[in-house]
Design a protein around this ligand. Structure first.
Ligand code: REL
Ligand code: ZN
Length: 420
């Protein structure tokens, strides 16, 4: 049907963005078969590392050690008191908790943490997964799967039942960022590798990657890279990229996802909350994607300052697909600015958002909040076309939104959307 008025346009775009199921291309969530690797519930929500960092800012009276010695529930109590009762929870990660509790139907007027906890004790993981995926309208969740993690490896080795809503991504940070310590872990797994990459080491690394690809059937291989990531460079990282990751990605027909710009552990006392960011050299991205035009690259960058040049680099390289507003960019003001800029430079050939959820319940807020912004930006973009006299068809708008929320990803992979 043809859109007749601006009001009709706004209503249709807003409704369609909310009604379209999402493929969430990067999370830290797990299927139920991974047991306690899947985090959910109010105590997990409150102890999200984003909130831990915010709590310490208000609590100079609590030492890092004292905090880490508390039980999870005690930590959650302290965070609730500090960020939700002693102050108003308007930071994005605090607001996220409020959105989740609200969407679950809790009485927010009472602010009674025990009441929320009682619900979580009464529900099973399996029912809760169903409830959250339905409420968040997420059809597929891509996990982050680390073969260097002995605990997770155990889960893969027991061949637990598969849930088609949760798909794998092979995460290889230790291989590229910590070769000095990870080569011995490969050796323990039966690969004949040496610290100096000599002899058959690179062939063995390729064998390791292929073995895990066979086991996990990942949609892509992924790494997070420091802000000073350089390419080319005389380093173990770049040799492994050139001689192992790239050929294996090419052969397996899966992309290599690079998440660039993280500074790990700038405050180690904060543990997971102690990572930061820095501006990166877009030249490194340009050089690697243009060198390997037959390999697909998914790229997200952590610094706001890199966003414009990353979008321009994607204009020049069709094997580069930009995705998500990562981590410190996942705030309404920045999502709006970045999404607007990307749609202006790339049209719909982009993945505007991923959730990066670590806790299942967060799907509710991360997607609610991002959908609202994506919808708002799209209303403006289609509104401009409407004003310029372009005929807008509901079917075409629906197609575009389905693409942004998943279709672009699946087409880039060259695979049918299994949930379609
Ligand atoms: O995948 C990553 O490397 C990051 O997204 C995570 O390490 C980070 O801690 C995550 O919670 C950010 O949202
Ligand atoms: Zn992540």
């Amino acid at each position: 049907m043809t859109i007749a008025t601006k009001e009709q346009l706004t209503a249709f775009v807003t409704e369609t963005v909310h009604a379209t199921p999402v493929t969430d291309i990067h999370t830290h969530l797990f299927a139920e078969s991974f047991g306690d690797l899947l985090l959910w519930g109010v105590d997990e929500l409150l102890t999200y590392h984003y909130l831990i960092a915010e709590t310490f800012r208000f609590r100079p009276d609590i030492s890092y050690d004292a905090f880490w010695q508390l039980s999870k529930q005690e930590q959650a109590d302290l965070i609730w008191q500090t960020l939700f009762i002693d102050h108003s929870p308007y930071s994005e990660s605090c607001r996220g908790v409020v959105t989740v509790l609200n969407r679950l139907g809790f009485d927010l007027a009472k602010r009674d943490l025990e009441e929320y906890r009682a619900y979580f004790r009464s529900v099973s993981a399996s029912d809760y997964i169903d409830r959250i995926l339905k409420l968040a309208n997420v059809k597929t969740v891509v996990m982050t799967n680390d073969p260097f993690d002995a605990y997770e490896r155990g889960k893969w080795e027991t061949g637990a039942p598969q849930d088609p809503r949760f798909l794998a991504a092979l995460r290889i940070d230790p291989l590229l960022n910590l070769w000095d310590s990870s080569w011995s872990k490969l050796k323990e797994q039966g690969y004949e590798v040496d610290a100096d990459l000599s002899g058959g080491t690179l062939a063995e690394v390729r064998r390791f990657l292929k073995d895990w690809i066979a086991r996990m059937n990942p949609l892509y291989m992924a790494v997070s890279l420091p802000n000073d990531f350089a390419y080319p460079e005389d380093s173990a990282r770049v040799r492994i990229i050139d001689e192992c990751i790239v050929p294996v990605a090419r052969e397996a027909g899966i992309p290599f996802a690079m998440m660039i710009g993280v500074k790990r552990k700038v405050n180690p006392f904060l543990k997971d909350a102690g990572d930061s960011l820095g501006k990166s050299d877009i030249g490194a991205v340009e050089r690697i994607v243009s060198k390997y035009q037959d390999v697909k690259f998914l790229v997200t960058m952590l610094s706001r300052e890199n966003q414009h040049e990353l979008a321009v680099t994607a204009r020049k390289n069709r094997n580069l697909l930009v995705f998500g507003c990562w981590w410190f960019l996942n705030n309404p003001s920045l999502i709006e600015e970045i999404t607007r800029m990307r749609l202006e430079l790339l049209g719909g050939s982009v993945i505007p958002q991923h959730s990066d959820c670590r806790i299942l319940d967060q799907l509710l807020y991360k997607w609610d909040h991002s959908r609202a912004i994506i919808g708002k930006v799209l209303c403006d973009k289609y509104g401009d076309l409407f004003d310029a006299g372009w005929r807008l068809e509901e079917e075409e708008i629906r197609r575009d939104i389905e693409d942004l929320l998943g279709g672009v990803f699946w087409k880039f992979l060259g695979k049918p959307d299994p949930a379609a």
